[in-house]
Design a binder for this molecule. Structure first.
Ligand code: C2E
Ligand code: CA
Ligand code: CA
Length: 771
């Protein structure tokens, strides 16, 4: 149950969960930089597939292997650098930068002088690298400007580059402090830009290093270069020989000499300083996509989220290729991925929940859904459709659906809300916040709604319903529902519309107050007698009725006779009840000239309390004794002699004696012979099984034969359909009693339904249910 609640909670707040997950994950990724790998990967794709041609304003002079071969091993005499400066100056270079460090005086001071002289006489601006080491590590700090001999003629620039945690070089700091001075990076000098801040520039590696115009140092010295090759150009002199100078890891191009970092950075700056927007914009767009996806049905939501996720990388490539904006899409991609995953998981949760909480037949919410949803106090009501299963078996699948919908609509009307649950294939339940009398009224209304039948595809389906409810309103559905079902089952067995579940406390209280209440009820007229017709199979007509006591309590409604009869017997006041029924039955049936049967409690036998008053009653109302039958239940308690004696006396008066509920007690043949019985009533439990149980059929058949041998007539009670009636007729049963013939009803109704009126010979109509 706990897990089910969790599941329901998840699916209920699916949308906000989705949005929250996307937000939190997106922000977390943006903050921790966990999405950087995605951005780096996407950028590498751009560098690979969308290379840019360098402008050509930057020319590289490389101290390469051919130069070493031609000019000898490094270090070269510094005068040679003076020569190349002079040569470049003559060739019309705009500016010259050396990515070579001259921080120490040369071993031969003459060489420094030569270099300085060349620098002093050139018109071209010359930039020399200043040294800045181990910025991060204070102890190993070693900063240096170009050596004093040349410093007056050059502009020192920083060549400081920084790698990311993965050792790749993606950005260069625009400026760096060297010995208290704020020096621009060499790339700025080469590009001619003057960004004064401490920001870093994201190098655009789509300028492929070896695409820059390039020439060997030795060739320049020897004058082997095209005319105009250097005219108006920025010239970068640096190492690119195997074994000399540092190698740096860079995206896509793997390992490169430091000068290429300056070259690419310079080309980047020349095109305009990139504006890094970070994760923000893409993340916002991504969250917007998530929010919009909530407007779609889940199936489309996946597509929308996935489309959003996969559109991010191309968007980044497109924007970065055509504009100076730099977007990070890592966080947004992860956020959308998380939203997709969450959608999938929530989808699974929803499917599981549906599986658990919907009935297999009609997709109506089921028992689990009821336990989940109905947690407020209330009366738990169960309605069972008695012939529903048989009926639907005859209908097609589509018609079944329609029937179920119509039934549901009626239940909604009765319940007053839409929360109807199908708890098995023919029972429905709901929780009501109304008081018991209102619940009863709505059940009666429901019965009236079903009375004309349910119309499905031009077919009228007859549905009989029975209900039970438990009004211990604080009980959970789990606890209350079985009680309501039990009450409904009792209602079915007893053929009544509804029954209330009664607790043991009710029982105790009831036992204490019943006597008093019963006396009052007699006085108020809440107690009355119902008559159930008996069909004589020989005369083929109604020969009489059984009188059954009824008590309609103002608060409790209908009270089952077997319950209060027992209670009154226990209280020792059964005479009053019996005499009341006897008087009513005799008074009602004497004028009809029909027989009537009255149930006689065993406790009354053997005390000589019945014979005298009965004689008076028969005389008063003018009923012949043979029109009256006394039904007694076979039981061991009456096996005392006084009991037999009293029965003998009654029989002697001419009254018929019937053995009720035959088959349920432990009667012996000798006992049967000893009783002065004229009739045997086979118990309902056997009669119902006559078609389905062979042993019961045999038992009934032999009982009928035996009873006839003993000159008794046989009554079968609890006959509910024609097939059972036919079977009993074939076994030569004499009298039939049961709902198929008629239910117990008030005298008026009995007369109207079962007795031929002088004018119209009425046939037996649709049996109304008696309360
Ligand atoms: P019982 O004497 O066996 O009465 C027959 C019961 O079966 C009645 O229930 C009747 O309504 C029911 N019944 C008849 N035909 C059918 C049928 O086709 N299907 C089904 N499902 N039920 C059928 P009721 O009226 O609720 O009475 C229950 C019991 O209460 C009686 O059982 C009887 O033992 C006792 N009782 C009723 N009235 C009196 C009375 O005036 N005095 C005494 N001492 N007991 C009574
Ligand atoms: Ca009876
Ligand atoms: Ca009976």
């Amino acid at each position: 149950m706990y897990r089910l609640r969790l599941l329901a909670g998840l699916t209920k707040s699916a949308r906000s969960i989705l949005l929250t997950v996307a937000c939190l994950i997106g922000i977390a990724v943006a903050f921790t930089g966990a999405g950087r790998d995605i951005d780096n990967q996407v950028r590498e794709q751009r560098y690979h597939y969308l290379p840019k041609k360098p402008s050509g304003d930057l020319v590289l002079v490389t101290i390469d292997t051919p130069s070493i071969k031609a000019l000898g091993a490094w270090p070269w005499p510094r005068g040679r650098h003076g020569e190349i400066v002079a040569a470049l100056d003559r060739a019309g270079a705009r500016r010259i930068a050396f990515d070579v460090i001259f921080d120490q005086p040369a071993a031969d001071p003459q060489q420094d002088k030569l270099f300085a002289k060349a620098l002093a006489t050139t018109r071209t601006e010359v930039y020399l690298a200043a040294l800045l080491e181990n910025l991060a590590n204070e102890r190993g700090r070693h900063e240096a400007l170009p050596t004093a001999a040349v410093l007056p003629y050059v502009t020192p620039v920083s060549i400081w580059v920084q790698s990311d945690a993965d050792q790749y070089h993606r950005r260069v700091p625009l400026n760096a402090p060297v010995l208290g001075k704020h020096l621009p990076v060499m790339a700025q000098a080469l590009a001619g830009t003057h960004h004064p801040d401490d920001g870093r520039v994201l190098i655009d590696w789509s300028y492929w290093p070896y695409e820059f115009p390039r020439i060997s140092y030795s060739d320049v010295l020897a004058g082997r270069f095209p005319r105009g090759f250097f005219r108006g150009k920025s010239v970068l002199v640096g190492w690119d020989a195997f074994g000399i100078g540092d190698q740096y890891s860079v995206p896509f191009h793997r390992r490169l000499a430091g000068m290429y970092i300056q070259a690419a950075a310079s080309e980047t700056l020349r095109a305009g300083r990139p504006i890094e927007l970070g994760d923000g914009p893409a993340l916002l767009a991504g969250l917007l996509v998530v929010a919009m996806s909530l407007l779609f049905r889940p199936v489309w939501r996946y597509a929308f989220l996935a489309a959003g996720m996969f559109a991010l990388a191309p968007a980044q490539i497109f924007v970065e290729h055509f504009t100076l904006l730099r977007l990070d899409v890592g966080a947004a991609t992860v956020a959308l991925g998380a939203a997709l995953l969450a959608t999938a998981l929530l989808g699974i949760a929803q499917a599981m929940l549906d599986r658990i909480t919907k009935s297999a037949e009609a997709g109506l919410p089921n028992l689990a859904a009821m336990e989940l949803n109905e947690r407020d106090p209330g009366v738990t009501v169960v309605v069972c459709l008695r012939n529903y299963v048989e009926t639907t078996a005859l209908l097609g699948f589509a018609a079944q659906g329609k029937l179920l919908n119509k039934i549901r609509d009626r239940l909604i009307l009765a319940a007053g809300h839409e929360r109807i649950y199908q708890i098995d294939n023919h029972s429905f339940a709901w929780r009501s916040t109304e008081e018991v009398p209102e619940v009863v009224a709505s059940l009666e209304g429901l019965e009236a709604l079903f009375a004309p039948g349910v119309q499905v595809d031009k077919l009228t389906v007859d549905i009989t319903l029975h209900a039970g409810f438990c009004d211990e309103i604080t009980l959970s559905v789990q606890d209350a529902l079985p009680k309501a079902v039990l009450a409904a089952t009792n209602a079915i067995n007893r053929g009544i519309l509804w029954e209330r579940y009664e607790t043991d406390e009710d029982e105790v209280f009831w036992k204490l107050s019943i006597l008093n209440e019963f006396e009052q009820a007699l006085g108020r007229g809440d107690v009355w007698v119902a008559y159930q017709p008996k069909l004589d199979l020989h005369k083929k007509g109604i020969s009489g009725a059984e009188a059954l006591i009824r008590w309609t309590h103002p608060d409790r409604g209908f009270i089952r006779p077997d319950r209060f009869v027992r209670a009154i017997e226990d209280a020792g006041r059964i005479e009053k009840l019996t005499l009341y029924v006897l008087e009513r039955a005799i008074a009602d049936f004497a004028p009809l000239k029909l027989s009537v049967a009255v149930n006689l409690s065993m406790r009354m036998l053997g005390k000589n309390r019945i014979e005298a008053p009965l004689r008076v009653l028969l005389e008063t109302y003018g009923m012949p004794a043979e029109k009256l039958t006394l039904e007694i239940t076979e039981s061991a308690t009456m096996a005392d002699d006084q009991g037999f004696a009293e029965l003998e006396a009654l029989r002697a008066m001419g009254v018929n004696i019937s053995i009720d509920d035959y088959g349920t007690g432990q009667s012996t043949l000798s006992y049967l012979k000893r009783l002065p019985a004229t009739e045997l009533k086979i118990d309902q439990s056997f009669v119902r099984q006559v078609l389905t149980s062979r042993s019961d059929a045999v038992l009934i058949n032999s009982t009928i034969k035996l009873a006839h041998e003993l000159d008794m007539q046989v009554v079968a009670e609890g006959v509910e359909d024609q097939q059972v009636l036919d079977a009993l007729a074939r076994m030569e049963c004499d009298i039939i009693q049961g709902y198929h013939v008629g239910r117990p009803v008030a005298l008026e109704e009995f007369r109207a339904k079962f007795l031929p009126t002088p004018k119209t010979e009425r046939t037996r109509g649709r049996a109304r249910r008696a309360a």
